[in-house]
Write a protein that binds this ligand. Structure first.
Ligand code: FAD
Length: 280
C-alpha cells in the first residue's frame, strides 16, 4: 500500500504485576517507533484500576508520548471523577476516553452517573475545552441497546454533550462500520469515528471477549479458526491476513485513523502495520 498516512493509536490495560509492567514498557518502546498519535490506558469500572491506570499514564507522559486515560463513570461519584480530571489536567494530559463501563456483578451501586453522555457533560462543565474527549461507538450496536436506532441516538447524545470523536468497539465486518458512519451522518453527527482494530492472537480468548461485548466474529472466520485447533501459528497467520485486509478496506474507505487494541503485546499490531506499509 505504499506509505500510509492514516494516523494510528494503541490501547493498553494497566498490568497487575511488576513483570507485566516491564513487558508493557518493552511493548510500548517497540510501538512508539511507529509514531502513534497517542497511547490510551483502560480504566476498570468502579475505579478498580484507578491507581494503576494513573501510574501507566504517568510513565507514558514522562516518556514524552501523548497519553490518553480512559475514564469510566459507573459506580463513581462526581467528587472522585473531579479529582481525577484535575490530576490529569495538572499533569498536562489533553485527551480522555470517556465511558460508562460495566460494573462487575455484585459490585456496589451505579453511583452518580448512569450513562457516558452524563460523564461527557460533566467533563465539559468542569474543565471546559481542555480535553479532547473520545467516546465509544458500536458499529454492531451495544448489547444493551433497545434497538439499532436507539443506540445511534444515544451515540449522538454523547457527541452533542461535547465529545470530539469516537473509537469503535472492534468488528471484522467493514460494512458495519461504513454503514454506522453513514447512518449517524444522516442523524447530523459529523464527529470522526475511528475504527478499533483487534489483532487476532488466540482464538479462544477472542471468542470469549466477543461473546461478552457483542462483537461478531463472522461464521466463516470462526469455522476456519476452530478448524486450526491448537495450531496457534495458523490462527495467527489467518488473523494477520484477515485483519490487514480489514484495515486496507477501512483506510481506502476513508477511516480517519486506526486504534489498535494491543492487549499489551506489540507483535500482532506491528505485523499488521508492516503489511500495511507503515515503517518504524
Ligand atoms: P453508554 O454510551 O452510556 O451506553 C451504554 C448503553 O446504554 C448502550 O446500550 C446505549 O445505547 C444505552 N444508553 C446510553 N445512553 C442512554 C440514555 N440516556 N438512555 C437510555 N439508554 C442509554 N470499559 C471499561 O470499563 N473501561 C475501559 O477503559 C473501557 N474502554 C473502552 C474503550 C472503547 C473504545 C470501547 C468501545 C469500550 C470500552 N469499554 C471500557 C467498554 C464500555 O465501558 C462498555 O461497552 C459499556 O457497556 C458501555 O460503555 P459506553 O461508554 O459505550 O456507555
Amino acid at each position: 500500500m505504499g506509505n500510509p498516512t492514516t494516523p494510528i493509536s494503541f490501547e493498553f490495560f494497566p498490568p497487575q504485576t511488576p513483570e507485566g509492567a516491564s513487558k508493557l514498557t518493552a511493548a510500548r518502546q517497540l510501538l512508539a517507533a511507529f509514531k502513534p498519535e497517542f497511547f490510551s490506558v483502560t480504566f476498570g469500572a468502579g475505579g478498580s484500576t484507578q491507581d494503576r491506570t494513573l501510574d501507566i499514564i504517568k510513565q507514558i507522559h514522562a516518556e514524552g508520548h501523548n497519553a490518553a486515560p480512559h475514564l469510566s463513570c459507573v459506580g463513581s461519584t462526581r467528587d472522585n471523577i473531579r479529582g481525577l480530571l484535575n490530576t490529569y489536567k495538572d499533569m498536562g494530559i489533553k485527551r480522555i476516553v470517556a465511558l460508562r463501563g460495566d460494573l462487575p456483578s455484585g459490585m456496589g451501586s451505579i453511583g452518580e452517573f448512569q450513562y457516558a453522555n452524563e460523564l461527557v457533560s460533566f467533563i465539559r462543565a468542569e474543565t471546559g475545552e481542555h480535553f479532547h474527549i473520545e467516546v465509544a461507538a458500536y458499529p454492531e450496536f451495544h448489547p444493551q441497546a433497545r434497538s439499532a436506532r436507539d443506540d445511534m441516538l444515544n451515540y449522538k447524545r454523547k457527541i452533542n454533550a461535547g465529545a470530539n470523536s469516537a473509537i469503535t468497539q472492534y468488528f471484522y465486518n467493514a460494512d458495519a462500520y461504513f454503514r454506522f458512519v453513514d447512518e449517524t451522518r444522516k442523524l447530523g453527527v459529523e464527529a470522526p469515528v475511528v475504527p478499533g482494530i483487534m489483532p487476532i492472537v488466540r482464538y479462544s480468548q477472542l471468542a470469549r471477549f466477543s461473546d461478552m461485548c457483542g462483537a461478531e466474529i463472522p461464521r466463516w472466520m470462526r469455522k476456519t479458526m476452530e478448524g486450526y485447533g491448537d495450531d496457534v501459528e495458523s490462527v495467527q497467520n489467518f488473523g494477520l491476513d484477515v485483519v490487514t485486509e480489514l484495515c486496507e478496506k477501512l483506510i481506502a474507505g476513508g477511516a480517519p485513523a486506526l486504534h489498535f487494541y494491543t492487549l499489551n503485546q506489540a507483535k500482532a499490531s506491528i505485523d499488521i502495520l508492516q503489511r500495511l506499509g507503515y515503517r518504524a
